[in-house]
Design a protein around this ligand. Structure first.
Ligand SMILES: Nc1nc2c(ncn2[C@@H]2O[C@H](COP(=O)(O)OP(=O)(O)O)[C@@H](O)[C@H]2O)c(=O)[nH]1
Ligand SMILES: [Mg+2]
Length: 316
C-alpha cells in the first residue's frame, strides 16, 4: 500500500522467521529417517502445530489434510509435508476478507481508539501508524490518553516527534477522558484527518481501567457522532493463546472493531493468527513485525500463510 510490496513481504517473512523455523525444522526432524507414514508421525506433527499456537481444532484439521495427501506419497518426505501444509494454511487463511481501517470519513477526523493490556504494544503501534498515515499524506494527531504513567506520555511524545505529528497531552495522573476531549477539539480546529488515541493498559484495578476506557469512548461519541471509527485492540503475539483470552475480555463490551497482533517477530507462536480467525468475530487488521517505524503491516492472510511455512529446500 505504501512501500514496495516485495519489501513488505520480505519484512513479514523476516518477522515470522521464528515461527517458520520452528515449523520447518520440526517437520524435517519428525519426517527425516522414517521409512513409512505412521500414526506416531502424525501425532508429532500435530504437537508441533500446537506449539505454534494454531489451536487444537486447526491443528487437527491441518493433520487431516496431510493424512489425505499422504495417501499418494510413496514414502514420508518433509518437503511434501511442508508443501501440503502451506497449501492448507493458505486455504484456511486466504478466503477471509480484509476489511481496511475505516479512516476515510466524510466529516471531522476519523478517531481510532487503541486499547489493550500493559506492554501489548499500543504506543508502539500508534507511533508506527502515525508515521505511515503521515507518509500517505494524512494529517494525523495523537492523544496521550495513558495519563497513568509519565513514561508512557514521554514514549508517545518520542514517536510523535519521529513521525512528525502533533501530540496532545495532559498532566500526569490527570483525567484521561479530559485529555481525549482536548485532543478532539484540537484535531477539529486543526482539521486533522485522523486522531489516534493511546490508552492505559493497567490502572489500580481492572474495573477502573474498563470504566476509564468506557468514559473515553463516551467522550468521543458525544463530540463526534459516528466516532470512534475504529477501536483497535492490540494483542501481544508472544503470549499465544492467552492473547485470545484478552481479546474476549476487552472485546466484550468496548466495541472492538479490529485486532492488531504485535510482536510477531519475537515469537514462534505466529500460528495464533489462525486460532484468532477461527474463534473471534473481530478481524485482524494490522500486524507488528518489529520495533521499527516501518514494521507495521496491513494483515494479508494469504501472504501470512505463505510466510509461516518454509518454501525452499534447505541448502544441502
Ligand atoms: N519486537 C517487537 N517489539 C514490539 C512490537 N510492538 C511493540 N514492541 C515492544 O513491546 C514493548 C511494549 O510496547 P508498548 O508500545 O510500550 O506497549 P503498551 O504498553 O501497550 O503501550 C516495547 O518495548 C516495544 O518496543 C513489535 O511488533 N515487535
Ligand atoms: Mg503505552
Amino acid at each position: 500500500m505504501i512501500r514496495g510490496i516485495g519489501q513488505g513481504i520480505a519484512r513479514l517473512k523476516a518477522g515470522l522467521r521464528k515461527t517458520r523455523d520452528q515449523i520447518g525444522d520440526g517437520v524435517r526432524n519428525i519426517v527425516r529417517g522414517r521409512s513409512t507414514v505412521d500414526e506416531e508421525m502424525w501425532e508429532e506433527v500435530e504437537e508441533l502445530l500446537l506449539r505454534s499456537d494454531v489451536g487444537a481444532i486447526t491443528a487437527e484439521e491441518l493433520v487431516e489434510d496431510l493424512r489425505r495427501a499422504a495417501g499418494r506419497w510413496s514414502r514420508p518426505d518433509p518437503d511434501q509435508v511442508l508443501e501440503t501444509l502451506r497449501r492448507s494454511l493458505c486455504e484456511k487463511m486466504g478466503s477471509g476478507e480484509r476489511p481496511p481501517l475505516a479512516l476515510d470519513v466524510a466529516e471531522g477526523p476519523a478517531v481510532v481508539l487503541v486499547i489493550g493490556v500493559n506492554g501489548a504494544g499500543k504506543t508502539t503501534t500508534i507511533g508506527k501508524l502515525a508515521a505511515r498515515l503521515r507518509e500517505e499524506g494524512k494529517r494525523v494527531l495523537v492523544v496521550a490518553g495513558d495519563t497513568y504513567r509519565m513514561a508512557a506520555v514521554e514514549q508517545l511524545a518520542g514517536w510523535a516527534e519521529r513521525a512528525g505529528v502533533p501530540l496532545v497531552r495532559g498532566r500526569e495522573g490527570g483525567d484521561a477522558a479530559a485529555v481525549v476531549h482536548d485532543g478532539l477539539e484540537s484535531a477539529i480546529a486543526r482539521k486533522a484527518d485522523v486522531v489516534l488515541v493511546d490508552t492505559a493498559g493497567r490502572l489500580h484495578t481492572k474495573t477502573s481501567l474498563m470504566e476509564e476506557l468506557h468514559k473515553m469512548r463516551r467522550v468521543i461519541e458525544r463530540r463526534l457522532p459516528g466516532a470512534p471509527h475504529e477501536v483497535l485492540l492490540v494483542l501481544d503475539a508472544t503470549t499465544g493463546q492467552n492473547a485470545l483470552q484478552q481479546a474476549r475480555v476487552f472485546g466484550e463490551d468496548l466495541g472492538v472493531t479490529g485486532l492488531v497482533l504485535a510482536k510477531l517477530d519475537g515469537t514462534a507462536r505466529g500460528g495464533v493468527v489462525l486460532a484468532i480467525r477461527r474463534e473471534l468475530e473481530v478481524p485482524v487488521k494490522l500486524v507488528g513485525v518489529g520495533e521499527g517505524i516501518e514494521d507495521l503491516q496491513d494483515f494479508d492472510p494469504e501472504a501470512f500463510a505463505r510466510a509461516l511455512v518454509p518454501e525452499d529446500r534447505p541448502a544441502a
